[in-house]
Design a protein around this ligand. Structure first.
Ligand code: SIN
Length: 327
């Protein structure tokens, strides 16, 4: 039997509220051992050990917690007696943590994240079944070298591309225009696509994790948005991700302020988009002086994760652009 370590961080999967109800609850209340004991059939899938690393609502995740989690998974996954890792996590920021781990775990062994939209105390909670399938996926030979995955509602998503698209339904995730990596039927795994982007043991960021990450902010552009927010943030942040309109766009006032902050303060900018689907390319109309990196298909929150790690390696704009193309 394979040995899977379940690393628990909290979330709705460990949430408790009024018995039977699906809303008004606190995430990160019960221990993962309790959730596992509610799914006895999981013992037929693998030898399981669990580690309660934290027990928080995923809105408490931050740079410090991401590094703590990645370092612990890297320690566990290097062990010969560990075949795969499952991480339980809140759904609100699972897309950020999944991408962070996808870039920082130095192994091709399976790492699968999962969570739930209904708390453990709800009627028909979705957490135990998601956890059952995540463990099954982590035992699967085909799950090696797929990058960090997220298992949710019978569907296998890539940690790079997954995004929360519904804040209420239990089928809450999607993978942009890229479909998904595969499906599951109970414990059976069906892969049918693979990411081309560099991840896990091939990622330069997984070789040595920094002790600290630089401050990177995100600003949302909207018609009439005051450009002074860029100047304000550039005083305390090394870099700013702009969730622009359309193809990562903004007004002339913003364009001039980007020029000013880049020239006067050395602020690095990424142009992402507030539009959920599509791709942002470099653009000489909105970025005539080439101050900005195009986010490619990354959302603003994922671009922030990549830029935070990339800035620990280089501040050269062309090297940063190449990193955004590759990862
Ligand atoms: C959280 O992200 O911790 C709360 C919401 C959820 O898990 O669905």
């Amino acid at each position: 039997m394979k040995h899977i370590v379940v690393v628990a961080t909290g979330g709705t999967i460990a949430g408790i509220g009024e018995k039977g109800k699906t809303v008004v609850y606190h995430a990160g209340e019960i221990r993962v051992a309790e959730i596992l004991s509610s799914i006895p059939s999981v013992q037929h899938l693998a030898h399981i050990t669990e580690e309660q690393l934290m027990n928080v609502d995923s809105n408490e995740m931050n740079e410090e917690n991401w590094l703590f989690l990645a370092n612990r998974i890297n320690e566990l996954i290097q062990r010969d007696d560990v075949d795969g890792i499952v991480v339980t996590h809140g759904t609100d920021t699972i897309e950020e943590t999944a991408y962070f781990l996808n870039l920082t775990i130095h192994s091709d062994k399976p790492v699968v994240m999962t969570g739930a939209m209904r708390p453990a105390s709800a009627t028909s909670a979705d957490g135990p079944y998601n956890l059952y399938q995540a463990i099954a996926l982590a035992t699967c030979d085909d799950a090696r070298n797929q990058g960090v995955m997220v298992l949710f509602s019978n569907t296998i998503y890539s940690g790079r591309d997954i995004q929360k698209v519904n804040n209420y339904k239990i089928d809450a995730f999607d993978q942009k225009s890229f479909g998904c990596l595969g499906y599951m039927q109970d414990e059976k795994v069906y892969f049918f696509s693979k990411t081309f982007k560099t991840h896990t043991h091939d990622s330069i960021f997984s070789e040595h994790l920094p002790e600290k990450l630089p401050r990177v902010a995100i600003v949302y552009y909207y018609g009439g948005a005051d450009a002074h927010i860029l100047e304000y943030l550039s005083a305390s942040h090394e870099a700013i991700i702009i969730a622009g309109s359309g193809n990562g766009n903004y007004s002339k006032e913003w364009m001039n302020m980007i020029d000013h902050c880049a020239n006067e303060k050395g602020t690095i900018f990424v142009r992402a988009s507030r539009v959920p689907l599509g791709i942002v390319f470099n653009d000489h109309v909105f970025d005539p002086h080439e101050h900005c990196i195009a986010a490619n298909t990354l959302s603003a929150q994922k671009a922030r994760i990549l830029l935070s790690l990339a800035l620990t390696q280089t501040h050269d704009i062309n090297e940063l652009k190449e990193i955004f193309r590759q990862y």
